[in-house]
Ligand binder design. Structure first.
Ligand code: 5CA
Length: 437
């Protein structure tokens, strides 16, 4: 992609409304624009990142045996009356009346709708277990939408739902999602720690929040220091095997959110206790028959008996993750994308657009990257070098390749790692090989 053609409305100044780094940088880097409080439009660069995050989430859900569906954003109120949540959900639910005076709502979550699909389609214990997920926009009329996409009113969530015959089965499904979550966040470069958590309006009695530590996090969290050196990708996972030992290893050390914090238990950790702020990027719940019982979602068991489904639900804040990743990876100059979610891997800077030799060297490099499948953003604009450097640092692509008249004459380009600032001069072909390595 050529920067001269890209719709990337960057801002020179910090927007006054942005209180935290990720919000400020997402606006400055032209990733999103606010439509109204807590509701955002995603511009090309922001959307590319959102899609990369989605892809990792989808990949790990599929690997864990979860099947993708797509449910609508608008739901009928009647389903929520069946579960008993319609009145209780309160003002956070956006309620809508259609032209026939039918009550609808913009879904804040999908337990009811997916239970309705399942009860209409599955009759026998032989059809279990099943795990279904979708990636869809949600609406919650938050009292205080803030921090940009971190606490929006409209936001993109991945939500999965499990259907099992008994507690043991539900626990296996829970473990699958638990492990898939560890891998999902680790692939984005994040250290997400599973913490005992409250269940809130979703309900149930077993729940973990996946939290990344960040000073700007909304909740206070407590955990054992050793979690920071755990590596979820160090082992290969067989989702058909017993995952309980892996889950046990990730839950045996102390880790709890504010609501579940046990000061006495935490005090025993001594120096190993970390007290920090955290961002919740995922939340998983086992709630048994909370929805299936009132909604009559049952299957016939082996002896012809009627069995009420055991269920759980599992959420990831896909749009929140864009902000959370920036909170974890930025410096004074801008964003520092981890490779896995970077909108482009490389930024090519032409220091003298219009100079025949520089233009030719850049075009050649651009074509070679395209042929090699390297995602590259080429700053071909007629701008001052200083402005180009600042802009490239702001948008934070992992690698920069800098082409200037002096280097072209000497047959070299400069390659810079955004994260460390490390620079090296080498031939264009060697730079290309570096990027392919
Ligand atoms: N039905 C369950 C699991 S599928 C559920 O709704 N869980 S949740 O309420 O915990 O939301 C799941 C994830 O969505 C959260 O962990 C968080 O990362 C994200 N999320 C929740 N509210 C918002 C919000 N207002 N803005 C951005 N992301 C949010």
């Amino acid at each position: 992609m050529r920067l001269s053609r890209l719709f990337l409305p960057t801002l020179k100044e910090d927007p006054a409304e942005a209180k935290i780094a990720s919000h400020r940088l997402m606006l400055r880097a032209g990733m999103v624009r606010q439509a109204t409080a807590g509701i955002y439009s995603w511009l090309p660069m922001g959307l590319r990142v959102l899609r990369k995050i989605e892809r990792i989430v989808r990949d790990e859900q599929d690997a864990a045996g979860c099947q993708e569906i797509l449910m609508p954003t608008i739901q009928p109120a009647d389903l929520w009356r069946e579960s008993g949540r319609y009145d209780g959900y309160g003002k956070e639910m956006l309620r809508i009346v259609d032209r026939h005076d039918r009550e609808m709502l913009y879904g804040p979550t999908n337990e009811e709708l997916v239970t309705d699909i399942f009860r209409g389609a599955v009759r026998s214990y032989r059809d279990l277990p099943k795990l279904l997920y979708h990636i869809q926009w949600k609406f919650r009329d938050e009292v205080r939408p803030r921090f940009g996409v971190m606490r929006g009113r409209e936001f993109l969530m991945k939500d999965s739902y499990s259907f099992d015959l008994d507690y043991a089965g539900a626990r296996r499904s829970y473990n699958r999602m638990f492990v898939a979550y560890l891998r999902t966040f680790a692939r984005m470069g994040l250290k997400a720690i599973p913490m005992q958590a409250d269940t809130g309006p979703i309900g149930g009695d077993l729940s973990h929040e996946f939290i990344i530590l960040a000073d700007t996090g909304e909740s206070e969290v407590f955990c054992h220091r050793d979690y920071l050196s755990f590596d979820a990708l160090a082992e290969t996972v067989d989702y058909d095997a017993d995952l309980e030992p892996m889950v046990a290893r990730w839950t045996e050390l102390y880790a709890a959110t504010d609501e579940k914090h046990d000061a006495a238990a935490a005090a025993e950790l001594g120096d190993a206790l970390i007290t920090a702020r955290g961002i919740e990027v995922g939340h998983i719940f086992y709630f048994g028959t909370k929805y299936s019982a009132p909604m009559g979602a049952t299957v016939t068991g082996p002896a012809g008996e009627e069995i009420t489904l055991e269920m759980g639900s599992y959420g990831i804040g896909v749009s929140r993750l864009v902000g959370a990743i920036i909170e974890a990876f930025h410096d004074d100059a801008g964003i520092v994308w981890p490779e896995a979610v970077a909108p482009w891997r490389v930024g090519l800077i032409n220091l003298r657009t219009g100079d025949g030799a520089c233009d030719a060297a850049c075009e050649d490099f651009y074509a070679k990257c395209q042929a090699a499948g390297i995602e590259l953003l080429y700053d071909d604009r007629d701008e001052r070098a200083g402005g180009k450097f600042a802009n490239m640092d702001l948008i934070g692509l992992p690698w920069q390749v800098i082409v200037g008249p002096r280097g072209v004459k000497a047959g070299v380009v400069e390659i810079k790692r955004r994260a460390s600032g490390e620079r090296e001069e080498l031939t264009a072909d060697a730079a290309l090989n570096r990027l392919l390595a």
